[in-house]
Design a protein. Structure first.
Length: 185
């Protein structure tokens, strides 16, 4: 974020206040007080602008690859577990085309739900604290699922129950969600 227009405005205001042609000492003292007030206000504007830019820059982006084959086996999200903060974004990338999608299976209260088209990059902003469980609909029976923890795991018991129900439809990689949930702290 550029703060140059604010600096120019403050400099212009200082020039107007400090015009000293024909000023008495009393007038010069008042002008000096006015300059201090303007500089103080200018510093406050700059500090606010700097903190706004900083807060926006702290959100992270986490990439999850949708793979036919990866370190975790066949039909896998990599990584299958992510620890994030509120305001972060998860990007689901169809790194290996195979009809993969990403769909929320369980989200904390107030959290976003999503259901992407096959082989489409999807961005999800994490707006609520808690545990999220997501799946690939076409490859659900193969255990293609993952977990996102946002901040504190305030809903861990409910997420585990939802994951157990989801994993009931797996014919392979039956422990994938259990393994991912074991990383939640």
């Amino acid at each position: 974020m550029s703060v140059e227009p604010e600096v120019e405005l403050i400099a212009e205001l200082i020039k107007e206040v400090t015009m000293e042609n024909g000023m008495t000492n009393n007038t010069r003292n008042k002008a000096a007080l006015g300059r201090k007030a303007i500089l103080g206000a200018g510093a406050a504007v700059l500090a606010a602008a700097a903190s706004f830019g900083t807060s926006q820059a702290t959100a992270a982006e986490h990439v999850v690859q949708m793979l036919n084959q990866g370190p975790g086996g066949a039909m896998v999200f990599e990584p299958s577990y992510i620890k994030a903060d509120v305001g972060d974004t998860v990007v689901f990338q169809p790194t290996q085309r195979g009809g993969h999608n990403s769909k929320s299976a369980y989200v904390p209260e107030g959290g976003p739900t999503w259901d992407s088209a096959p082989d489409t990059e999807t961005r999800v902003e994490l707006t609520a604290e808690g545990v999220y469980v997501y799946i690939c609909k076409p490859h659900l029976v193969m255990g293609m699922a993952g977990v996102i923890q946002v901040g504190d795991a305030t809903n861990l018991d409910a997420a585990k129950a939802a994951a157990e129900q989801t994993a009931g439809g797996f014919v392979m990689n039956k422990d994938r969600l259990t393994t991912a949930l074991a990383q939640v702290q």
